[in-house]
Design a protein around this ligand. Structure first.
Ligand SMILES: [Zn+2]
Length: 532
């Protein structure tokens, strides 16, 4: 007997979907019987996943079976169960055709004629259009309500407010009212900074010391406070549609549904101000005052940091995404409320709320220890380094390249002369014009190509000279250096060693540190190290 796969899909685990799942299975099984297919129990695939995604675990399994030519038919209830995107439907249909597997769609005429295929495509498109329309309708509806001064996101109000649902003239209305306890904390936050010159860090520290309950039963962190400080709703200016949901740039590994779980700020022209949307907790004056103080703090902080003990201050560690220096700072651990040292990309620390560079913050102890250990390890292999340097000198013999340049220059001059000879012959009428053009062209091509080679080699010599200087210096100081690194204990000693080495480290997006400027590539066997 021929065997078939049944694939059913629902979008959610809700009651209504359970019903449609049952009717899908029944419909498919009836069809299988009718067409004389047997469905092994493990070939009944029941998936709960959005049809907008093409990568679905069970669908992939089913497609694998089809590609392996193990199934004679794939039975689905309708095209939109298979995929919302007609291109995806088309792709699966093609896979079936290739594997001589019949694609059976229960609710459609079993027709592999072009018309039947068209129906499949069109139905797929229909589903997609409908989805688009729904999402547009609700977006538009929300915007419409917002323009008429209504709060449209019913789920949550920011810290400091409670959501109240009421019915006015038969229509549901959402409003925010002040939560007195939380509002008191918000007010204190702004006052401590605006009136008393606190830093965000100090506010977080003090709140945690006083055991003031933080939202979501966490500890107060700088990032939470920063977010609150940037919310103009607290001074009575509530904007909606400030953010747009996007898919995260770094979705987690494995096959999973990618949600639009990240947010980006929209252009200010798209924001919608809701008059009287949020009752003010603080005055606009205090809001501005606090923000002015934050600016002063950040300027001060960058001055103070110079005196702090950060091994990589002064641009030794760079961001691998945007190339800016990683600058030093503090953060507070959410779980314990304790402070720890970090490095963050300079391009995302000036703006307290919106990160321009996506490089995440890295723990300073982790990266410093890892780099230091790596250095100590590399310098222990002093003999290998010396060998590497002499290898470099042998393989990159400058005089060899210089001799080659002289040789090529001679050839080049030869072609230039040849060209002149032909020109003279043309002038004397010894050769005709066609021959002249042909020969001149040949010479020109050779001249160009030789000149190009010579330029290349000259550039190479310059680079090699630079490198050679570096290696000379390294060789002379290697023993000193190794001694310094080995015996460095205090911050100052370590720092001096780094300057001697002329270390230059680049942090990649995945928190891999690449070290440059210590030893030649060939001998630096562990040039990169991984930190998680
Ligand atoms: Zn960066």
């Amino acid at each position: 007997m021929k065997s078939a796969i049944i694939y059913v899909r629902v979008s959610t685990t809700g009651q209504a979907d359970r019903g449609t799942e049952k009717s899908q299975i029944e419909g498919c099984q009836r069809k299988a019987k009718e067409l004389g297919y047997e469905v092994p129990p493990e070939w009944l695939f029941r998936e709960t996943w959005t049809g907008a995604d093409f990568e679905r675990p069970l669908l992939s399994e089913a497609r694998q079976l089809i590609r392996e030519k193990r199934a004679d038919a794939l039975i689905v209830y309708s095209t939109d169960r298979l995929a919302r995107n007609p291109l995806h439907v088309g792709l699966i249909a093609e896979e079936c055709d290739k594997a001589a597997c019949q694609l059976v769609i229960v609710t459609e005429p079993d027709d592999s004629s072009p018309e039947g295929q068209l129906i499949r495509y069109v139905r797929g498109w229909g589903g997609q259009f409908e989805r688009l329309k729904i999402s547009e309708r609700t977006q538009r509806g929300k915007r419409f309500l917002a323009r008429h001064g209504q709060i449209t996101s019913g789920g949550k109000a920011p810290y400091g407010y409670n959501v109240v649902h009421t019915t006015v003239d038969g229509r549901k209305k959402i409003s925010w009212v002040i939560n007195p306890k939380e509002a008191e904390i918000i007010k204190r936050m702004f006052e401590l900074i605006g009136n008393h010159g606190y830093t965000i860090y100090r506010v977080a520290l003090e709140f945690n010391q006083q055991e003031i309950p933080a939202p979501r039963s966490q500890k107060w962190s700088e990032s939470i406070i920063r977010t609150y400080l940037s919310n103009t709703a607290y001074c009575g200016e509530l904007y909606l549609f400030k953010y747009k949901a996007i898919e995260p740039k770094k979705p987690q590994a494995g096959m999973r549904r990618i949600k639009k779980s990240s947010q980006v700020l929209r252009d200010k022209s798209e924001w919608i101000l809701i008059p009287n949307g949020a009752p003010p907790i603080i005055s606009r004056e205090l809001y501005d005052k606090a923000h002015k103080q934050l600016e002063i703090n950040s300027r001060k902080a960058s001055r103070n940091r110079i005196h702090n003990q950060y091994l990589f201050s002064g641009g030794i560690l760079r961001c691998g995404i945007c190339g800016h220096a990683m600058t030093s700072g503090y953060q507070i651990r959410r779980a314990t409320g304790q402070e720890y040292r970090i490095y963050r990309c300079a391009s995302n620390c000036h703006s307290p709320i919106y990160h321009r560079c996506t490089m995440s913050v890295i723990n300073a102890d982790d990266v410093e220890n890892a780099v230091w250990n790596e250095l100590a390890q590399s310098l222990k292999k002093r003999e290998i380094i010396k060998q590497g340097i002499s290898n470099f000198r042998e393989t990159n013999n400058l005089s060899k390249i210089e001799t080659e340049i002289v040789l090529k220059q001679k050839q080049l001059d030869g072609f230039k002369q040849e060209r002149v000879v032909y020109l003279r012959q043309l002038g004397k009428g010894l050769i005709d014009e066609t021959t002249w053009v042909k020969e001149a062209r040949r010479c020109d091509t050779r001249i160009d190509s030789l000149q190009h080679d010579i330029d290349d080699m000259r550039r190479r010599i310059e680079t090699l000279k630079q490198q050679a200087l570096h290696y000379d210096h390294l060789e002379n100081t290697l023993d000193d250096l190794a001694y310094t690194v080995e015996h460095a204990e205090t911050f100052e000693q370590k720092r001096r060693a780094l300057v001697m080495i002329n270390l230059n480290a680049v942090l990649t997006q995945d928190h891999v540190v690449k070290l440059n400027g210590i030893v030649p590539d060939k001998v630096q066997q562990t040039g990169a190290l991984l930190l998680i």
